[in-house]
Design a protein. Structure first.
Length: 84
């Protein structure tokens, strides 16, 4: 396991305190922790740690799922944030 439950909670608190661009930068800076998945303009923040995903600790992290503007999708591209 990558982190304990308490460590995931603290990381989520720090992540959630950031604005949208700050969250994107954290995702970009920590590709071994975070990944973004896209499904028909619906974005989902996921964790690379399988144990954390099984325990649904990814739900602790607040990230907007529905992004309607193509400009926002371009923002991901310009920030070089990889979508899966």
């Amino acid at each position: 396991m990558m982190y304990t439950e308490n460590q995931w909670k603290k990381l989520a608190e720090s992540f959630n305190s950031k604005k949208f661009l700050g969250k994107l930068m954290l995702i970009k800076q920590h590709p071994t922790i975070f990944k973004l998945e896209e499904d028909n303009s619906w974005f989902m923040l996921r964790l690379h740690c399988e144990d954390a995903m099984e325990n649904e600790w990814d739900l602790l992290f607040e990230f907007p799922g529905e992004l309607s503007s193509s400009n926002i999708r371009d923002l991901f591209w310009s920030a070089d944030v990889k979508l899966y």
